[in-house]
Design a protein around this ligand. Structure first.
Ligand code: SF4
Length: 242
């Protein structure tokens, strides 16, 4: 049976994309959001410059790396848009690899199926903005109730997980980060949610909104101070990209 899973890139080895695991990274096509700061606009817009990689070609590669790799990180685009996601994860796990799934949280019904079938070992969800401010940062009209359902599912059903927010002065302030922290932690049924990362914004000519190209980022000291504030809401808080 052929798998409907649109892969447009494979990073063969990464020590950064799956916490604690040596993994490969699979880039899927298309996204339902249009975040102005997206660094993968071709994939987000569903107009990839790279040809589709046959799924069987990927699995041949993966089988050849059984001795070396421990996991597969699936990113995008937005992987939950792929009709074959569950079958893909299932095949990866059948080969003995762990699965890390990146998601924007827009499809809680898919995440629910993934968790009910134990098809992901680690989930990383972007939380773009506070609940009442979501659409401006996602670049499309977003039903933030769906985002909330995904957050809740992840905290209460995923084996391991992190939330993360890209911090762009244009969109995010310390006050908004506190709102995000309160929102996420209010959805936990038992104690603080595990992990939250602040991701430094780096201006880049590939972004969807080119007007952000020359915008400043927060300083490392500001991000560190934000992280300290957010420790009130999470078991672990980190900063990436500084
Ligand atoms: S969720 Fe946003 S940042 Fe992630 S792929 Fe989609 S448009 Fe890009």
């Amino acid at each position: 049976m052929s798998l409907d899973f649109d892969i447009r890139g494979v990073l063969r080895t990464s020590m950064l994309d799956f916490p604690g695991k040596l993994s490969c990274v699979v880039f899927t096509n298309s996204c339902n959001f249009r975040c102005p700061f997206c660094y993968n606009p071709e994939l987000a817009l569903g107009k990839p410059s790279e040809p589709r990689i046959p799924v069987e070609e990927f699995f041949s590669f993966l089988e050849s790396k059984k001795k070396w790799l421990q996991g597969v990180a699936i990113t995008g685009g937005e992987p939950t848009l792929q009709p074959g996601l569950l079958d893909f994860c299932s095949r990866v796990k059948d080969l003995g690899f762990e699965v890390k799934l990146d998601s924007n949280g827009g499809n809680p019904s898919v995440l629910k199926k993934v968790f009910s079938k134990s098809l992901a070992d680690y989930v990383a969800m972007d939380v773009k903005a506070p609940k009442n401010d979501y659409s401006a940062v996602a670049g499309v009209e977003v039903d933030s109730e769906l985002i909330e359902q995904s957050i809740s599912l992840i905290i209460n059903s995923a084996p391991d997980y992190e939330f993360r927010t890209t911090v762009i002065p244009e969109f995010i302030s310390e006050e908004k980060l506190v709102s995000i922290g309160k929102w996420i932690s209010s959805l936990s049924l038992s104690g603080k949610p595990k992990r939250f990362f602040l991701q430094q914004f780096k201006s880049d000519s590939r972004m969807i909104d080119r007007s952000l190209e020359n915008k400043n980022s927060f300083t490392p000291a500001q991000l560190t101070a934000f992280a300290e504030t957010l420790e009130a809401f999470f078991g672990e808080v980190g900063v990436r990209g500084i």
